[in-house]
Design a protein around this ligand. Structure first.
Ligand code: AMP
Ligand code: ZN
Length: 113
């Protein structure tokens, strides 16, 4: 499948991985928007949150559990961080393989428009 994040899951495209388990992979974003900028993705190809089905609920939970674990490992859990999932055009989604951005390492500005 012609999906850059599926290729990262397969290992045919390199990534700077910080975490992996049976269901998810997490790696550094190539264009970091904050001192800590990690992408957490399911190994299963789900294009957007709109495409996630009820049977994916456990997998969505796994993504957030990984975020919690990584934030602690990277030492930003106490100061705080932000988890973002962009959906489709208005949400600013560029890569159509579901992912959650983990941002932290500085005081983040407001995102409210
Ligand atoms: P989004 O706008 O939510 O779809 O975010 C996609 C993110 O993927 C952007 O922050 C990109 O910098 C990041 N990205 C794209 N290609 C790669 C890659 N090969 N390795 C790591 N991050 C990537
Ligand atoms: Zn994919």
């Amino acid at each position: 499948m012609d999906c850059i994040f599926c290729k990262i899951v397969e290992g045919s495209i390199p990534s700077n991985k910080v975490y992996e388990n049976d269901s998810v992979v997490a790696f550094h974003d190539i264009q970091p928007a904050a001192p800590v900028h990690i992408l957490i993705i399911p190994k299963k190809h789900i294009p957007t949150m709109n495409d996630a089905a009820p049977e994916d609920n456990e997998l969505i939970g796994d993504i957030f559990a990984a975020a919690r674990h990584i934030a602690k490992e990277l030492g930003i859990a106490e100061d705080g961080y932000r988890l973002i999932n962009n959906v489709n055009s208005d949400g600013g989604q560029v890569v159509y393989h579901l992912h959650v951005h983990l941002l932290g390492g500085k005081k983040l500005g407001s995102l409210l428009a």
